[in-house]
Design a protein around this ligand. Structure first.
Ligand code: SF4
Length: 443
């Protein structure tokens, strides 16, 4: 009987991409996807360390996995439990100390070793394997060819970060910046397009610091890569995420004017509107340079709309600093955003800063910020009513005969549509809007 795997993914799009690549490795080894944990012979948790209590959440999920493992054992079935991702890199051997029933754990840079690790465990040569190397080889050179899961695919082009924002663990868990060679990216993109992808989202922790080599060993920037991608037959939509404001250069801005398939929506995390807080965060932009970049981008493509990330209650944030964030939100008029209360990450400089903001104040500020961000999101969505958008259908809706797709602005659109429209782009007239989604009619 074929063995089955179950992967639970936490966190960012990079983790979603990594899980997809791990699933493909497992399928190459003959595993099939399980519908739930109890039918899985291999359970893998791909973890994220960016939010508070990430490790606690993992251990509570592992506790549940142990119960299922024991139930399966009573039925004579063996279960291998593995943990992947940034929590492993941060917690290292602690995982196996606290959860000794975990069979293996590896960080985000070594998951290409998954088949080898599984072989060792199955041959009983090893148990409790922990691999948190920063390996000299690139995992991308060892992964099987990527293929599309639907009309929209992620493609990792860059990993790691050299910025060391004082609140962030990424430089410690994903290591220093690494960019994949241009040809590797183009090859993977062609494969994705050949297997049904219409939209590619180029991924990286700091994607616009991309500096991959071309065939002649010359370093190329993201603008060069975007132009190469735009030449690919069959690709209809192009995006890139996540960008660092100080690394948006003129070449990249020009792409937003020149490349028709580059979507008019950009996620550009600002984090705070106060220069004092930005400095304490070790961000290399100020509110003024950020606003200038947004103005240039919008001049390059007047249809461009922005989204962002915010942290409220960073150590030392006063009411005045917070007001500056609110002022920036009103100036930029974001159409979507992610916002969080600051929470300490062990090992990061901000965790030991004085002037930590009390929880109550953080919560009040987050409420005020989110209320305004939702108002702006709703305002934009309402403005879309009556307009026609190209919508890429990606999943089934809750109701029979309904599909859910995305506009160029990443809004979810619900529409009555036949199943053969899945994975295709159709023109949809927007009939109504809420803060979170649109409803439309295929025309
Ligand atoms: S830019 Fe800052 S927030 Fe983003 S991954 Fe790098 S260190 Fe973390």
């Amino acid at each position: 009987m074929e063995e089955k795997y179950f992967i639970k993914t936490y966190g960012c799009q990079m983790n979603v991409y990594d899980s997809h690549r791990m699933a493909m490795m497992l399928e190459d080894m003959g595993y099939q996807k399980a519908q739930n944990q109890s039918e899985a012979d291999l359970v893998l948790f791909n973890t994220c360390h960016i939010r508070e209590k990430a490790a606690e959440k993992l251990f509570s999920d592992l506790g549940r996995a142990l119960i299922i493992k024991n139930e399966r054992a009573e039925r004579g079935l063996k279960t291998i439990i593995g943990v992947a991702g940034c929590v492993v890199q941060a917690e290292d051997e602690q995982i196996l100390k606290r959860a000794p029933y975990v069979d293996f754990a590896f960080g985000p840079l070594t998951y290409h070793r998954l088949p080898e690790i599984l072989k060792q465990i199955k041959n009983k040569k090893e148990s409790g394997v922990v691999d948190t190397d920063f390996p000299p080889e690139s995992k991308f050179d060892f992964l099987p060819e990527n293929k599309a899961e639907g009309g929209c695919s992620f493609l990792a082009i860059q990993e790691g970060c050299n910025n060391f924002c004082t609140y962030c663990v990424v430089p410690y868990t994903r290591g220093v910046e690494y960019s994949r060679p241009v040809e590797d990216v183009i090859k993977e993109a062609k494969k994705l397009i050949a297997t049904g992808t219409l939209e590619i989202n180029l991924l990286g922790q700091n994607v616009n610091s991309y500096h991959g080599e071309d065939q002649n060993g010359k370093e190329r920037n993201l603008a060069y890569l975007l132009n190469k991608m735009a030449e690919l037959d069959g690709l209809k939509r192009l995006r890139y995420t996540t960008s660092y404001p100080a690394d948006v250069d003129d070449d990249l801005i020009k792409c937003h004017h020149d490349i028709g398939i580059l979507m008019p929506y950009l996620h550009l995390p600002v984090q705070s509107g106060s220069n004092k807080i930005l400095k304490a965060m070790n961000r290399r932009h100020t509110r003024e340079t950020y606003i200038e970049v947004v103005q240039k981008l919008k001049a390059a493509n007047p249809k461009l709309e922005m989204s962002s990330d915010f942290i409220v209650g960073f150590p030392g944030e006063t009411d005045e600093d917070f007001e500056e964030t609110m002022d920036l939100v009103n100036k930029i008029q974001y159409i979507q955003a992610f916002s969080f209360k600051y929470s300490k990450r062990p090992g990061t400089p901000a965790a030991t800063m004085e002037n930590q903001v009390p929880e109550k104040i953080k919560k009040e500020r987050l409420d005020i910020l989110q209320t305004r961000l939702f108002e702006l999101q709703d305002k934009f969505n309402q403005k879309c009513v009556g307009q026609v958008f190209d919508v890429l259908f990606e999943q089934n809706g809750r109701h029979k005969g309904q599909l859910i797709g995305r506009t160029p602005y990443m809004q979810n659109v619900h529409a009555v549509a036949s199943s053969d429209m899945m994975g295709k782009i159709k023109q949809v007239k927007i009939l109504s809007a809420t803060t979170n989604s649109l409803t439309g009619k295929v025309i």
